[in-house]
Structure formats: C-alpha cells, structure tokens
Design a protein around this ligand. Structure first.
Ligand SMILES: Nc1nc2c(c(=O)[nH]1)N[C@H]1C(S)=C(S)[C@@H](COP(=O)(O)O)O[C@H]1N2
Ligand SMILES: [Mo]
Length: 330
C-alpha cells in the first residue's frame, strides 16, 4: 500500500479536498468509470494503478552533475518565511504518476533518471534532443528561494537549483510565431503505476505563454536543497512557476515544445470547471469547493494568509494586463 506513514503535520489535510476527488465525481457523472470507483470502495482492487507497479526501484545511477551543486546563490529571491525542512518536502508530494496519495516517495524511486533526454521541438530554429547532463553544461545555473502554493490550500518554501527559464528559451531559439511553451512529463506506465489509471489523460502536460516563460521568475529546477532533485520532487528537471498553483509546475519533463496554440493541460482536461490554464494564485478567488484565502504551512500547524500571485505581484501582475476577461485565477 502507498499510505505507510501519517506524520502529524499531515493530519489536517482535510482543510482542502485533494485534486483527485474531482475525478471520482466526474466519472460518476460520466458513468463510464463506475467499475473503477466501485473497486475503490470495495478495497479489493488489484489494479496496478492503485497499489503500485511490480517494477523494482531503479538501480542507483551516478549523476555526473552532482558535483555542480549547490549553484551560485541568486540573492534577488529572498523569503519572508522559513524554508520547509527537506524531510517534510521529501515525504509529502503530489506526483500522480506514482499514486494519488501524498506518500509516493518510495514508489517514485522506480523512475530511472539516466539516460534522460529532453526533446526540444515545434516552432524553433532547430529542433533537437539534448541529454540532461549536457543541458546543465550549456546553460546558466543559479540557486534561489521560492514560495510554493498548492491549489489544495497548503504552502511551503524551498531552495531550488536550476536554469532560469528565460535563458533556456533564448538558447532554444523559438521562432517569432511561437506563442506558448508546452511541457510534457515522461510516459512509462510500466514504471509509473499511476499512468495506468484511466482517470487522466497521460502524459501530464502543462504550458505557459511565451511572456510567462520569459518572465524572470519562471524556472527549470534540476535540484533542491543543494543537490540534484529527488525523484519524488520531479527529477531530473521540472518547471517551477511560484506565482501559480503548484499543478502548473510539471515534473520530470521530457519534452518542451513551442506552439502557436494553447496546449491542452492534464488538469484542465480532467476538471475544467475547477482547474484552468492560468491558475494564478489569488486569495480572493475561491476554488469551487474551498476557500483560497489562507494556506496551511507544511511542516507544522501554522496557517497564514495567501498572497496575490503568491507574493510575486510585482514581478508578474503586468503579464496579465489586457487579459482581465480570462479566468486568470483557476
Ligand atoms: N508530472 C507531474 N507533475 C506535477 C504533479 C503531478 O502529479 N505530476 N503534481 C503537481 C502538484 S499539484 C504540485 S503541488 C507539485 C508538487 O511538487 P512537490 O511534490 O515537489 O512538492 O507538483 C506538480 N507537478
Ligand atoms: Mo498542487
């Protein structure tokens, strides 16, 4: 079973309903997945996507970039709050590829990280593939502290290492016709039992506009806490967009495509009335099923008021001028 430990800091999880519950409601409406829902209730399911894959943890890999960490500290991104302890972060994750509970850390160890190739395609001067280790050699790297706000009304703060997304975009040389950046997680249902679930349209896809992707805050993290990313946190490379709800920050990316049309994202497809493309943090716009006014601080009992754009209004509010008619906050 996936749920092994229930640390005291997780007990108040009911403050918000986890994202996956929207699916059970939707499937009941659709009537198409009644069987799956019934099996869940009976507790007798043998389906791999509920209880994990038979795949063994991937053998330990050497990470040729490990010696590069920590990168150079970028002091422009300081915090008004304590960094979330690493062990809290490592044991409370959203990574539905490995299960819908927060305790998927063990299951995620099955993900092999080398070789890991990133495909760059679509509206670019030169489509190409690059290994993760070569990517780190080709691009500027820094360390920075960011807040993180999950749509489920919990927040944390952490020290990332990675590549400023605007530097990645400049290096990838998109054509003038590119309007969006589409980012896709690996697809390997053999290793990731969650990807055998029929409830989601795998692989996980997320996207940004070009203006968002070239904003100073958008970031491709390859590490955290001064070392390469843990698998459960989205190794070897994930998006970090701290002014948006956490589901935008897609993990374990294998493909970055520049497109003219807005990508169809996994969550917008799964629950269009609850999760949108923009997903900017706003304490005044409630989720249909809970308030977003406050957030539980991961690692303790503290709760604090949520901030507009998660505290990054100064850097990002300008991106949304003229877009007021869009659903910017869901
Ligand atoms: N591929 C993928 N990326 C994902 C998710 C996921 O399930 N799959 N969950 C998202 C959500 S809802 C959040 S809050 C963050 C959680 O990141 P963390 O586990 O490192 O805290 O990852 C985001 N990226
Ligand atoms: Mo989230």
């Amino acid at each position: 079973m996936l749920i092994k430990r229930t640390p005291s800091w997780a007990l108040r999880e009911s403050e918000a309903t986890p994202e996956h519950l929207v699916l059970s409601r939707r499937s009941l409406v659709a009537g198409a997945l009644g069987g799956a829902a019934a099996t869940l209730g009976a507790g007798s399911a043998k389906a791999g996507w509920l209880f994990g894959s038979d795949e063994k943890p991937a053998p330990p890999e050497t990470d040729p970039t490990a010696g590069l960490y920590p990168f150079k500290r970028n002091d422009a991104y300081a915090l008004d709050r304590a960094v979330t302890p690493e062990n809290v972060n490592l044991n409370y994750n959203n990574f539905y590829e490995f299960g819908t509970s927060k305790y998927i850390a063990d299951e995620a160890q099955k993900l092999p990280l080398r070789p890991w190739t990133l495909k760059i395609s679509g509206l670019v001067e030169r489509p190409r593939e690059i290994g993760i280790d070569d990517l780190l050699k080709a691009l500027p790297l820094d360390d920075r502290l960011y807040r993180h706000r999950c749509v489920e009304a919990w927040g944390m703060a952490l020290p990332w290492s990675g590549i400023p997304m605007k530097d990645f975009v400049a290096w990838a040389k998109p054509l003038g016709s590119a309007k969006y950046v589409k980012m896709t997680t690996f697809l390997n249902p053999k290793v990731a039992s969650g990807q055998r679930s029929p409830l989601y349209e795998w692989p996980y896809v997320e996207g940004l506009t070009m203006a968002e992707a070239t904003n100073e805050l958008a970031y491709l993290a390859t590490g955290a806490y001064g070392k390469p990313l843990a698998k459960q946190m989205g190794a070897p490379i994930r998006l970090v967009v701290p002014w948006k709800y956490g589901f935008k920050s897609v993990k374990s990316i294998v493909s970055i495509e520049f497109t003219e049309t807005r990508p169809n994202t996994l969550w917008a497809a799964a629950g269009p009335s609850e999760y949108g493309f923009w997903a900017n943090v706003n304490p005044q716009v409630a989720h249909p099923r809970w308030s977003q006014a406050r957030e539980r601080v991961l690692g303790g009992d503290e709760s604090r008021p949520t901030l507009l754009y998660n505290g990054y209004a100064e850097q990002v509010a300008g991106l949304y001028k003229g877009l007021e008619r869009e659903k910017l906050f869901m």
